[in-house]
Design a protein around this ligand. Structure first.
Ligand code: ASP
Length: 432
């Protein structure tokens, strides 16, 4: 929680006074948000299509699973029959009824179910429907019945009534909303905000220090986690991790070699070859240091000298970008969160995927431009959808090479933003 709050406040510190954000500021932030969301959606599509965390059993194994499933399904239907018969309408609340109905529908439509089992399931669905009508507890706050709008409104309500309760109960979304409101307000209060931002930076650094101290034990923790996962999934966990790496790299490559050059070309007519030749030194430094902040000076030089971006623009757009614009990190966080969900057998519904997209974008904006910062802020994405934080330990084993690649994408996107805004400003001055 301290990392989430202080990182978001740090992002507001770099944005400056939100009430008189300059035209340039609004344009930069709009560009940054747009490409970050493109990256997140790309990541989500890839991880859903490739399903790196889901085991696909061999034919022989599938047959075994089918026969096992058949007897398990029989038992499940028996259990549900028992529950339906023994529980009163009051004790079967709407959530429970919905859960049972979902399971039964799967059985009734499943390929692995025998016909008599399907009949039984359909009958049970009917009697549960009746129960559901009788039960009078289908409250509007039932989370599974809420639309996304109602769900977000509920979070805002919770936040505004008691942010401390949200903090204590680790309600990440509510905390993010409150911190954004607070951060935005803070930027408008005049010089005294500097003190708060200074304290915020100190807290952020101290908490980071604590995390680094804990990180000394990390190899031991990673060893334990991988051993545990390997013992349940077998050696297959390595092929899962391999697919996960492939998924992240594919997403990063599409973003770097197709989406960004396309944006550059359509807005400023700079060809992909010109663009990559110009920013090659920054890409190399980003790749070898895994740090957007360390790459900032060379990136400034590349866009100013090789791409002829106006210095007044680059001096504003790039430093802001190196702290809040991290397309590669956002893509990686979205893929990693869904991968961990798949690995732990948690299915994420549409609402949860939207929360993953939003928090991954925010977590990337809050991540500092230093190595492995994205991995730390990822805890925010996992916590927001109730996934186990230990999942980070599993992906940590392969994090460094991915960090090198995502940092290169982060830096390329900053340079793209610079070129885009420069050409918009230049065309504006031509017409005025
Ligand atoms: N290393 C990345 C950067 O500096 C941040 C991260 O994703 O860890 O841009």
């Amino acid at each position: 929680m301290p990392i989430v709050v202080t990182s978001i406040l740090a992002a507001f510190e770099s944005i400056g006074n939100v009430s008189n954000l300059s035209n340039l500021g609004i344009k930069s932030i709009t560009y940054y948000l747009s490409t970050t969301f493109i990256a997140v959606i790309l990541g989500l599509i890839l991880v859903t299509l490739i399903e790196p965390g889901i085991s696909k059993p061999s034919k022989f194994m599938q047959q075994k699973i089918n026969s096992l499933q058949e007897s398990n399904l029989q038992k499940l239907v028996l259990d549900i029959t028992e529950i339906v018969e023994s529980e009163t309408s009051q004790s079967l609340n709407s959530g429970k009824i919905q859960d049972l109905q979902k399971t039964l529908t799967k059985i009734a439509q499943g390929n692995n179910s025998a016909d008599d089992l399907k009949q039984k399931a359909l009958k049970l669905i009917g009697s549960l429907e009746l129960r559901s009508k009788l039960s009078n507890d289908s409250k509007p706050t039932d989370k599974s019945n809420l639309s996304i709008k109602d769900f977000l409104l509920l979070q805002i309500e919770k936040t505004l009534i008691n942010p401390f309760e949200a903090l204590a109960s680790k309600n990440v979304l509510a905390i993010i909303i409150f911190t954004m409101l607070f951060g935005g307000a803070l930027t408008t209060i005049g010089p005294s905000k500097e003190k708060i931002f200074e304290i915020n930076r100190a807290i952020n650094l101290s908490v980071m220090k604590i995390i680094h101290m804990i990180m000394y034990f990390c190899p031991l923790g990673v060893f334990g986690l991988i051993a545990e996962v390997t013992s349940s999934l077998g050696i297959e966990v390595f092929s899962r991790l391999g697919l996960y790496i492939l998924c992240v790299l594919l997403g990063l490559a599409i973003h770097l070699f197709i989406i960004l050059p396309f944006i550059v070309y359509t807005t400023s007519k700079v060809s992909p070859k010109q663009f990559f030749t110009a920013i090659k030194p920054s890409l190399m430094v980003a790749f070898s240091t895994s740090s957007s902040s360390a790459t900032l000076p060379i990136n400034l030089q590349c866009v100013e000298e090789n791409l002829k971006v106006d210095k007044r623009i680059s001096k504003f757009v790039l430093p802001l970008g190196s702290t809040i614009n991290m397309d590669g990190t956002a893509l990686y966080e979205a893929v990693a969160a869904v991968f961990i969900a798949q690995l732990f057998g948690v299915s994420l519904d549409f609402q949860s995927q939207i929360i993953v997209a939003l928090t991954a974008a925010l977590a990337s904006m809050g991540a500092a431009g230093i190595p492995a910062a994205g991995t730390v802020t990822m805890s925010m994405v996992l916590a927001a959808v109730g996934l186990p934080i230990e999942g980070i330990g599993i992906i940590l084993a392969v994090d460094r090479p991915l960090d090198m690649c995502r940092t290169a994408v982060n830096v390329a996107s900053d340079a793209t933003g610079c070129v885009v805004i420069d050409s918009i400003e230049k065309s504006k001055s031509l017409f005025s």
